[in-house]
Design a protein around this ligand. Structure first.
Ligand SMILES: C[S@@+](CC[C@H](N)C(=O)[O-])C[C@H]1O[C@@H](n2cnc3c(N)ncnc32)[C@H](O)[C@@H]1O
Length: 261
């Protein structure tokens, strides 16, 4: 409407990473539940799609050994700055659909409903990778939106939001578009003060699948995991988030690159 020229920028790369940090970096949702899982875990923890370390940081500070995997080195750069001593943790730039770490984990987690970043083929690849990295008796856990929160993700909307800035809050325009088949949504953010007639404006964007816990539970069982236990995650802002927790019943084969191969 103002004649600005949009420049698409992935939310999880470049300047998008600073914005993500400002938007959700202080969100404590899921941490309590993930720390509880970690307390029951023997062996190291694999944080998949770890990003800037919202979950990795409290896990490491609670004394766990953690491998943080993420596709975006820019996101992991925030984590490296937050935890400069890497004696108890490591980070690996890798795609969650295709990684081989050469070791097994007692707990594999995916926070922030990031499993919805993957389409059906991607999720099948993810499940196979998780199986290859789980220790016997290990747990695989991830979160997904439910109830009114899931419903709000499936409805197009546009709104102004305030995002904490270095000095003061900044106004961003947010839009959520739902694809015609209802299978995915595209979310976009533009800083209002960047909009000028004829000027270039960065549009931070991400595409996510609309998935229910029932669909994901079914997929897990089809992939050979145990029927997951589903429990609510406590959130401050009233968001309805569920934690799915499963394990792999079969005796696993050797992980790629296992020293025991
Ligand atoms: C919503 S953020 C979650 C970050 C962190 N776990 C948290 O709880 O805040 C999603 C993360 O998934 C990463 N990501 C997106 N696609 C990925 C893929 N195919 N493989 C690995 N990471 C991916 C992004 O770079 C981003 O850091």
């Amino acid at each position: 409407m103002v004649g600005a020229v949009p420049q698409e920028q992935d939310l999880y790369a470049g300047t998008g990473t600073d914005f993500y940090e400002r938007l959700v970096g202080s969100d404590r949702a899921e941490i309590r539940e993930v720390l509880a899982l970690a307390r029951d875990t023997a062996g190291p923890i694999l944080d998949v799609a770890a990003g800037s370390g919202r979950l990795t940081i409290p896990l490491v500070r609670s004394g766990n050994r953690v491998t943080a995997v993420d596709l975006s080195d820019d996101m992991l750069a925030h984590l490296r700055r937050a935890l400069p001593d890497q004696s108890a943790w490591e980070c690996v730039v890798a795609d969650m659909r295709d990684f081989s770490l050469g070791r097994r984990y007692g707990l594999v987690i995916i926070g922030a409903t990031s499993i919805t970043l993957l389409d059906r083929v991607g999720r099948s690849l993810l499940y196979a990778n998780v199986q290859r990295h789980l220790a016997p008796g290990g747990v695989f856990a991830f979160t997904v939106a439910a109830g009114a929160s899931a419903h709000s993700l499936a409805v197009p909307r546009e709104q102004e939001i305030r995002v904490p800035g270095a000095g003061q809050d900044e106004i961003y325009l947010f839009s959520q578009q739902v694809e015609p088949d209802g299978a995915a949504r595209v979310v976009n953010w533009v800083r209002a003060s960047d909009l000028t007639d004829g000027g270039e404006v960065t549009v931070l964007t991400s595409r996510l699948q609309l998935l229910s816990h029932e669909v994901l539970s079914r997929e897990l069982v089809e992939a050979g995991f145990d029927e997951p236990a589903v429990s609510p995650v406590r959130t401050h802002l009233g968001a309805e988030i569920l934690l799915l927790k499963t394990s792999w019943p079969a005796t696993p084969g050797p992980a790629d690159g296992d020293v025991s191969d």
